[in-house]
Design a protein around this ligand. Sequence first.
Ligand code: ZN
Length: 296
Amino acid sequence: MDQQLLGALEAGGTKMVCATGYADGSIAACTEIPTTTPEETTAAIVAWFEDKGIAALGVGAFGPTAVDPASKHFGKILETPKTSWRYFDLLGNLAAPLNVPFGYDTDVNAACLGEATFGCARGLSSVVYLTIGTGVGAGVMVNGQLLHGMLHPEGGHVLVSRDPRDTIGEHSGCPYHDNCLEGLIAGPGVKKRWGGKRASELADDPEAMDLLAGYLAQALTTYTLCYSPKKIIIGGGVADHTPIVPLARKKAAELLNGYLVTPELEDIDTYIVNNSLDGEQGIKGCLALAHRALSA
Ligand code: ZN
């Protein structure tokens, strides 16, 4: 069964990454489709997959999205700023024409599964995966299960204390919260604070990096205390192209202040880490979702 060709779709707000591959995480073919209207985009995805002969499809979707099969909105995109996608049945519009077993989860839960199956968290049962880019998203695995709950974790929007040095103004980059992690460290907040600059352009600015890393460290401390993960893995453009992960790791250790004593935290350099799969953690996680669907 492990030789069967699997389909993987990393469904993002700006692009759809489609791939075929195998249960060992190897990718056979891959393409990117721009995210435009829901109808045009899903038609292009179906057209790419339909002659590939995939045995199952794993979908990691941008959120918020309903991941509970018991929900009447299962497989739909929910309240997104991308208004044309609101309540669009993403999964239904792929599953019906492709007619294969499918797995469906958030993009960040898929990436978490990718790292736990093929990457630096292999063999670990409790893992947090964070992506920091145009937004901040958190995928969580607890005791081997991807965490859903009433919806799914939205760890990017945990509240943090404002640094008095911060010049962002009253409102952050998040339309919902003035003091959430995403609003203060993701792309829109960075651009608002630093005259349109991207985080990667500020990578050599120690004050900017110190500010961003301080906010990240507060959130990492919260995740450590609430989810008790055995590893925290961080991906996304802001994390990949700046030194905030090593800076935040040091600050998180200071914030924890010796309260938790575990072998993992004794070696914090291997506890809070950058992603290990060169940006392919999401699409490889979708392959793992497809494989799980086949075995279910
Ligand atoms: Zn927010």
